[in-house]
Design a protein around this ligand. Sequence first.
Ligand code: CDP
Ligand code: CDP
Length: 202
Amino acid sequence: MRFTVAIDGPAAAGKGTIGRRVAQRFGFAHLDTGLLYRAVGAKVLAGAEPEAAARALTPEDLSGPGLRTPEVAQAASRVAAVPQVRAALVDFQRDFARAEGGAVLDGRDIGTVICPGAEVKLFVTASAECRAERRLAELVAAGHDIGFETVLEDVKARDARDTGRNDAPLVAANDALVLDTTTLDVEQAVAQAIAAVEAKLR
Ligand code: CDP
Ligand code: CDP
C-alpha cells in the first residue's frame, strides 16, 4: 500500500512528535525532513559549499547528535532558501514518500511541493511563545545552557525566513487540516491527526 501523510508547520510546532506517533500507530515509515536541511547547515558551518553538501548527504549525516542546536537550525534555514539545495533533496524525499507500506514526512513544503498528492495533509502550528517554551524545555532536558529569549529569537527568525523565501515557502496547503496546538496537549493533537488518517484509510 502507498499512503503519504504530509505534516508541515513552523518551528517546534509539534510536527515531529505527531509524525512519529502517527507512523507508530499505522506502521508507516517516518522522515523528519528538517534533519536533511540541518545536516546540510552543519556541513556549511564546517566550511562546505551548500549545494555540494546537499548532493553529498548520506544517511549517517542525519544521525549527528549536534543537529538540534539553534545555531544549526539557523544555518539550516539559510541553506533551505537556496533553490539548488532544495532541488538536490527532492528525489530522496519523494522516493521515501512513495515507498511501499506508507510514509509520514514532516517539514515545511511536504504538502505543497514534495507531495502535493499526499492522502492526508496536516498543518501544525502554535503561537511563537508556546513553541519557544516547548523547544526550550527540550534543549534544557538535553543539557544545553540556553534561555527563553534566545530560543524565541531563533523560532521567530526562522519563521520569517521560511515564510518569506521564494522557493517552497512555508504555507499551509489549501487542502491541509490546520491543527493549532497552542491549547492542545500532545495526546489531543495526536488523536486529531490519527482521526484524519483513519478517515482516509476507510
Ligand atoms: O517537529 P517540530 O519542531 O514541529 O516539534 P517537536 O519537536 O515535535 O515538538 C516540540 C515539543 O513540543 C516536544 O517536546 C513536544 O512534546 C511538545 N508538544 C507538542 O509537540 N505538541 C503539543 N500539543 C504539546 C507539546
Ligand atoms: O524542528 P524545527 O521545526 O525547529 O526545524 P526543522 O524541521 O528541523 O527544520 C530546520 C529548518 O530546515 C527550517 O527552519 C527550514 O528552514 C528548513 N526546512 C525546510 O526548508 N523544508 C523542510 N521540508 C524542512 C525543513
